[in-house]
Each structure stands twice: as structure tokens, then as C-alpha cells.
Ligand binder design. Structure first.
Ligand SMILES: Nc1ncnc2c1ncn2[C@@H]1O[C@H](COP(=O)(O)OP(=O)(O)OP(=O)(O)O)[C@@H](O)[C@H]1O
Ligand SMILES: [Mg+2]
Length: 452
């Protein structure tokens, strides 16, 4: 019978964990101190160790001296106070997971069930690592600059664990791509990856979209609807623009993260969910907390493993590689042989790319269309040859309907801002939600994912 060791100085936590482990068919013992745990490890070789980080006589991390995490023992660390340093330490040493208290017991149950089924939880990654070092890419993510190399190594650490990740970075830096990469490198890779843009769903609908609803639970609820948490079961839910989620809903999200269960609107029964959450924001979360847009308790839950994605201007050395790769893709699709001139590559790497990689991708696409064979700096005009894309004008014939003016202005501003919706909303003086609503009306929802 596989053996589990539980290490926590809180008797109630030990009791609860012993119950879960026994129910999952493991033999188990509990220890209250590091010393007791060391003795237990010498007696039996546990398959799983569930250990609190803060113990009366040391840290749960010290148990890595006793156990070789890579030789098949899973160490899951528990903590009331997460910090990036301890999370990184734990994952660097090979911890399987790093959980915040109050413990989501359902998650432990799921982890144990996976160990019982597969025997192993670790994903073999050496191939990805060596390719990334050689070719300047990591999965679908491109870039060889030091900041990207560091990001790849952090993603590599955190992906195969169950830890919640919080991606921070300006619009268009590749947060969704990073989230997808984390999912692809995890044991959840065969289950769904569902991206949800919290800023794009109206506040009236978002609760039902995320948690689902029962038939007749509100006017218009004509049939039962399964929310994202249900549809992502076994997989990963990517909550983009988390600071745009209504605060009341953040309370409910926190509850799911803590307990692993939720209720559809209008239901009276809880549903269990096994979903890994990755959140993202292009705002400064501390500022969002200060403004009352993001709950502090939710932030602590999400921020187990924060990953910062650098703006493109801080990795200018990657611009050429990215541009060339986008061009290669277009050449392959259209069976063409277009190329950048030296001069155009230089102007690309000198531009400051406020819309980041998305803006670069859009520019390459436009330059590709506008050029016959060689792509020179002129094809990139006007925005690239100026530092800020100001002074663009829109010609509107008298007699145009206001709705059409609205549409044209929105699309022109989108282009001027390199597809960065937050900036478009600021420039036009409308809320981000209004912008999304309009784009949806114009049938331009693909702007969300492609940014075009
Ligand atoms: N490192 C990268 N390598 C290749 N393509 C990238 C990279 N980073 C971003 N992209 C591409 O740039 C576009 C924007 O990326 P993504 O949607 O992931 O950004 P984002 O940070 O989620 O933006 P937003 O905050 O606006 O939602 C996508 O087409 C994506 O494929
Ligand atoms: Mg995004």
C-alpha cells in the first residue's frame, strides 16, 4: 500500500489530511515536528509527503535533504503565507505542489488519486529545455533574450505543478501564450485550456458564464448552462484581466479556490471542480487593490507564483527574431518569398512597440500585404517612422451615419494603438467594457484573441 507522511503542527490539519489519505487508499502517519518527520522518513519510504512550511523546529523545505524529490517521492508544501521566494525554492527543489492555507482538500484528494493511478506526477521536460536554449524558443513562445530565458525556466518549473500562476505584463506581451504554454507542459495538457476575458463579459452575464446556471434561475435562463469551471474540469482556466471581474464575484472565485467546489446560479447543490487557475492582469495589482478593484485575499490566493512578462522594448534583441518568424509564417501560408531589408529590420528594432508583440505581429502582417518582395522601412509607415503614432486622421464624408462614424473611429484608434484595447478605451474616453461591446456588435470579437 503506498505510504503518505503528513507533517504539520496543527492537530486539526493532521486529522483532516489523515482522513483524506486513508479514504484514497494510502497508509499514512502524521508528524508534528521536523524531527518526528525525519524519523518517520527513515522508517518508511513515503510516496507523498504533505508538509507545512513553518514547523516548530524548522522548515518543511528542509525535508528535501532527507528525500530525493526526483526519485519518485512527491513533496507537497502547505503554507499560510505564500512568498515567491519560498515557492521558487520549493519548486526548484522539485516540490510537486505548493498550496496555500486554508487547504483546498479536494485538490489534495485529486493529487492523491493521480498518484494512485499513474504512480508519477512529474512531466519529463529536458527536450523542451535544450531546444529553448539552442533556438530561442520555448513551445510556441519565441525570444532568446535573457529576460525570456529566465521566464522559460520559471515556466518550466511551475508548469508541471498544480500551483496557481499570476501573469503580469502589459497588453500584447504574451500572457495568454504563456498561460497556454504552462497548460501544454502540465499533466492537464490533454484536458481543456479555457481562456476567459473577465473584462469582455458584461457584469450581468459573468457569474453565469463562470459558474453556470440552472434552468429558470433568472429571466432568460431557459435551460441549464454549464459555466467555465465545469467545462474546464481536469484542465486549466485562464482568467484574463482579473481586475475587471466584479468584486462580488471575486468573493465567489476565492471560495472555489479555497474549497474546490462551487454552485451554479439557482442551484442548491455544490459541484466539485478540479481546475487549475492561471490569472492575468495588465494593471498593477497593488494599484488595483488600492482602488478597490481587486480583493486582497483573492490576490494572495492567486499570487502563489507571479510571473512578470517584460514589455517588448526591454527585449529589443528579440524583435528581429519575432518579426522574421511572423514573416516566415506568412510566407509559408501564401507560398511567397518576401524578406525584410536591413534597413527595415533596423527600424523595427528601434521602435518602442507600445502594443508589444501583438503590435509587431500586426505590423508584419500589414507590411507583408503592402510589399511585393522586399519589405523596406516605408512599408511600415506611418507609425514606425515616428515615435508616437499621433496625427493620424480619418476622413468622414458628410452624410455618414453616426453609427458608421463610431465604427470607423474605433477601428482607426485600434490601429493607432497597435490593438491595445485598454489604450483605445482611454483615448476614446469610454470604458473597456463599452469598447468590447462595440467590437462584439461589429462582429470583431476575434480582436480579443488575435488582436487584429
Ligand atoms: N514570445 C512570443 N512569441 C511568439 N508570439 C508571441 C509571443 N508573445 C506574444 N506573441 C503573440 O502576440 C499576440 C499577443 O499575445 P497574447 O494574446 O498572449 O498577449 P496578452 O499579454 O495576453 O495581451 P492582452 O493583455 O491584450 O490580453 C499573439 O498573437 C501571440 O501569439
Ligand atoms: Mg490576453
Amino acid at each position: 500500500m503506498p505510504h503518505v507522511l503528513i507533517v504539520d503542527n496543527d492537530a486539526a490539519v493532521r486529522e483532516a489530511l489523515l482522513g483524506i489519505c486513508a479514504a484514497e487508499g494510502f497508509s499514512c502517519v502524521a508528524a508534528g515536528t521536523l524531527r518526528e518527520a525525519q524519523i518517520q522518513i527513515m522508517r518508511h519510504r513515503p510516496v507523498v509527503v504533505l508538509a507545512e512550511l513553518t514547523l516548530p523546529d524548522g522548515s518543511g523545505i528542509d525535508l528535501f535533504n532527507e528525500i530525493d524529490a526526483r526519485a519518485g517521492t512527491h513533496i507537497i508544501l502547505l503554507t499560510a503565507q505564500a512568498s515567491l521566494e519560498s515557492a521558487l525554492d520549493a519548486l526548484r527543489l522539485g516540490a510537486t505542489d505548493y498550496l496555500i492555507k486554508p487547504i483546498n482538500y479536494l485538490r489534495i484528494k485529486t493529487l492523491l488519486a493521480k498518484v494512485a493511478r499513474h504512480g508519477d506526477l512529474h512531466v519529463d521536460l529536458p527536450r523542451v529545455r535544450s531546444t529553448s536554449q539552442r533556438l530561442g524558443h520555448f513551445g510556441q513562445m519565441l525570444g532568446a533574450s535573457p529576460v525570456m530565458q529566465k521566464l522559460y525556466s520559471h515556466i518550466e518549473r511551475v508548469a508541471p505543478t498544480e500551483a496557481t500562476v499570476f501573469l503580469l505584463g502589459e497588453s500584447g506581451t504574451g500572457k495568454e501564450l504563456a498561460a497556454q504554454t504552462i497548460h501544454d507542459l502540465s499533466l492537464r495538457q490533454k484536458a481543456p485550456f479555457l481562456p476567459v476575458n473577465c473584462g469582455a463579459i458584461s457584469p450581468q452575464l459573468i457569474e453565469s458564464e463562470i459558474f453556470g446556471h440552472e434552468k429558470g434561475s433568472f429571466t432568460g435562463a431557459e435551460k441549464q448552462h454549464k459555466g467555465y469551471f465545469e467545462r474546464a474540469n481536469g484542465g486549466t482556466l485562464f482568467l484574463d484581466e482579473i481586475t475587471e471581474m466584479p468584486v462580488e464575484l471575486q468573493v465567489k472565485l476565492l471560495r472555489v479556490l479555497e474549497t474546490g467546489s462551487f454552485m451554479r446560479i439557482g442551484a442548491n447543490q455544490e459541484l466539485d471542480t478540479d481546475v487549475r487557475v492561471i490569472a492575468a492582469s495588465n494593471r498593477d495589482p497593488e494599484q488595483a487593490i488600492h482602488e478597490g478593484r481587486l480583493r486582497l485575499d483573492l490576490y494572495h490566493r492567486l499570487n502563489v507564483f507571479p510571473l512578470l512578462i517584460a514589455p517588448l522594448r526591454d527585449r529589443a534583441a528579440d524583435v528581429e527574431l519575432l518579426a522574421q518568424s511572423f514573416l516566415d509564417e506568412l510566407n509559408a501560408t501564401h507560398a511567397t518569398n518576401k524578406f525584410f531589408t536591413e534597413e527595415s529590420l533596423l527600424s523595427l528594432s528601434q521602435y518602442h512597440w507600445p502594443g508589444n508583440v501583438r503590435e509587431l505581429r500586426n505590423y508584419v502582417q500589414r507590411a507583408f500585404i503592402l510589399s511585393d518582395r522586399s519589405i523596406d522601412a516605408d512599408a511600415m509607415a506611418p507609425a514606425l517612422t515616428r515615435h508616437a503614432p499621433t496625427g493620424l486622421t480619418l476622413e468622414i464624408p458628410v452624410g455618414t451615419s453616426l453609427a458608421e462614424v463610431d465604427r470607423k473611429l474605433i477601428f482607426a484608434t485600434l490601429e493607432m494603438c497597435g490593438g491595445v484595447k485598454k489604450r483605445v478605451a482611454d483615448v476614446l474616453g469610454i470604458s473597456l467594457k463599452t469598447l468590447y461591446n462595440r467590437l462584439e456588435e461589429y462582429g470583431a470579437c476575434h480582436v480579443d484573441t488575435e488582436g487584429n
